[in-house]
Design a protein around this ligand. Structure first.
Ligand code: CO
Length: 479
């Protein structure tokens, strides 16, 4: 095999988003990011993934941080690097479908507050769920990275993804991403897929994988040989395992080759020194379970993505049923087949995962369904890739004629005005309205804390997560 491209390989570093989402339940704080921003900004990455995905929810739910404020401060601290976010099509960052005007408002506000590139995906690869976000990202001047959720099934072969890429290019994608959230794409298949994609579409190809199954570095090397334009890696302190392969290792591997990234390893080592202390802190506070660092070849059998593995561990821990870990892992592919082989990515990974947990813990398959599980079987998330097991659908109480076949968002009336009215009393901005619309359980508590009277600090030092304290730290750091 030979290098099919001689352009420098470009790198997106995920240290500020997917790395800690995958390894440490999304618990990295802004205060842990800002001190490294100056050096990160000087490295010359194609982009830094730093927002979206689970970070928005985690900011408010666990860290007492305003996600919009986080974005604005990252934007200021990273003036030379494109900032990238992960966006779940019509779900935005939430777990249900939102009306087109909410999708539009969210794209607009993301770009206004500092995002350059929006990676838009749909868990089911139903392109009708990407259309509005693609249109809105373009409208507000953002770069559209349309992503294909990679998976393996009787339906998902190479030809399927090549066809899908062509379709996304025609929809206006500026970049096409192969989003392999579970590290299922094997190195030789990556070579073959990237080669085909490069022959078929003319926009850059961006590959995203994890190192869950231990093949991530090899996948990137083979993809680089086949001409992939951009890959996602994470700085070493939060790399590997359920996170991305390490940036430094790939950069060193390609030095002196046709795909030399021309990035500076010394600067990376400086940034890594900072994130090593952050990783230690996350470990000490219990957010980073060392289990996620193991190479898990079970993923190749069960097709369970990294983030889902750590969620599963904590779900079972809470129920006191950690002994059922492997039973649940074995149940997941059975549920997946019954549901028409959805790729396992948010939110379908949570839906299929929770259904599998219930099937095992209750001791009877499909005794109960969550609301979301029923919604998926009813087609509310879009078209499932394959045929659904009709007896399971019947157990969920859904008659065949109740299944939705149109674009699900076509059934939704505009919602922004309604949300504005509903949250008139507590929202201080359009950004707040969006936070409340997406996370109605979490955002009110956060905003009450943010805007309410603060308890006088018990110690001389204010708590780290106080927005004022974070701002102060930023000012000190810049000064
Ligand atoms: Co990922």
């Amino acid at each position: 095999m030979e290098f099919l491209s001689n352009k420098p390989l470009q790198i997106t570093d995920t240290i500020l988003r997917d790395a800690h989402q995958s390894q440490a339940a999304t618990r990295m704080r802004l205060a842990d990011m800002l001190p490294a921003c100056e050096v990160l900004d000087s490295i010359g990455y194609w982009s830094l993934e730093c927002w979206g995905g689970a970070t928005f929810d985690a900011c408010m739910r666990f860290l007492n941080e305003d996600p919009w404020e986080r974005l604005r401060l990252l934007r200021k601290a990273l003036p030379h690097t494109k900032l990238q976010m992960l966006f779940r099509g019509q779900n935005i960052l939430g777990y249900k479908h939102y009306a087109d005007d909410v999708v539009d408002a969210f794209c607009r506000k993301s770009i206004e507050n500092g995002i350059d590139i929006i990676r838009i995906f749909d868990a089911l690869n139903d392109v009708r769920n990407l259309e509005q976000a693609i249109r809105s990202t373009k409208k507000y001047g953002g770069i559209v990275e349309a992503a294909m959720s990679y998976t393996i099934s009787p339906i998902h072969d190479e030809a399927y993804f090549v066809r899908l890429a062509k379709e996304l290019e025609q929809l206006g994608a500026d970049v096409i991403c192969v989003k392999d959230m579970a590290n299922l794409l094997l190195p030789m298949d990556a070579y073959s897929l990237v080669k085909k994609l490069k022959e078929t579409v003319s926009v850059p190809i961006h590959l995203h994988t994890h190192n869950t199954t231990g093949t991530g570095d090899m996948v990137y090397l083979m993809a680089a040989m086949a001409g992939v334009d951009i890959v996602d890696t994470a700085l070493s302190p939060l790399a590997n395992g359920t996170s991305q392969p390490a940036t430094e290792s790939l950069v060193a591997t390609l030095q002196g080759t046709a795909r030399d990234t021309r990035l500076d390893l010394t600067k990376m080592s400086e940034a890594a020194a900072h994130f090593r202390t952050v990783a230690k802190k996350l470990k000490d506070e219990g957010s980073l379970d060392p289990k996620v660092l193991n190479v898990d070849t079970n993923t190749l059998l069960y097709q369970v993505p990294g983030g889902m593995l750590s969620n599963l561990i904590s779900q079972l821990k809470q129920a006191g049923r950690e002994d059922k870990y492997y039973d649940v892992l074995a149940e997941i592919p059975r549920v997946r087949a019954d549901y028409g082989y959805p790729p396992l990515v948010t939110p379908s990974s949570q839906i299929v995962g929770s259904q599998a947990v219930m099937n095992i813990i209750s001791g009877e398959r499909y005794k109960t369904f969550t609301k979301e599980s029923k919604a998926m079987l009813r087609g509310e998330y879009g078209k499932l890739p394959g045929a659904v097991n009709e007896s399971v659908r019947a157990k969920a109480g859904i008659a065949p004629e109740e299944v939705i076949t149109c674009r699900p968002a076509d059934l939704l009336e505009p919602e922004v005005a309604k949300y504005r009215e509903e949250f008139r009393e507590i929202a201080k901005s359009d950004e707040d309205v969006l936070s409340l619309a997406l996370f109605p359980q979490v955002a009110p508590k956060f905003l009450a804390w943010r805007d309410g009277p603060k308890e006088p600090p018990k110690t001389a030092e204010p708590p780290k997560d106080d927005p004022a304290a974070v701002r102060k730290l930023y000012v000190e750091y810049k000064g």
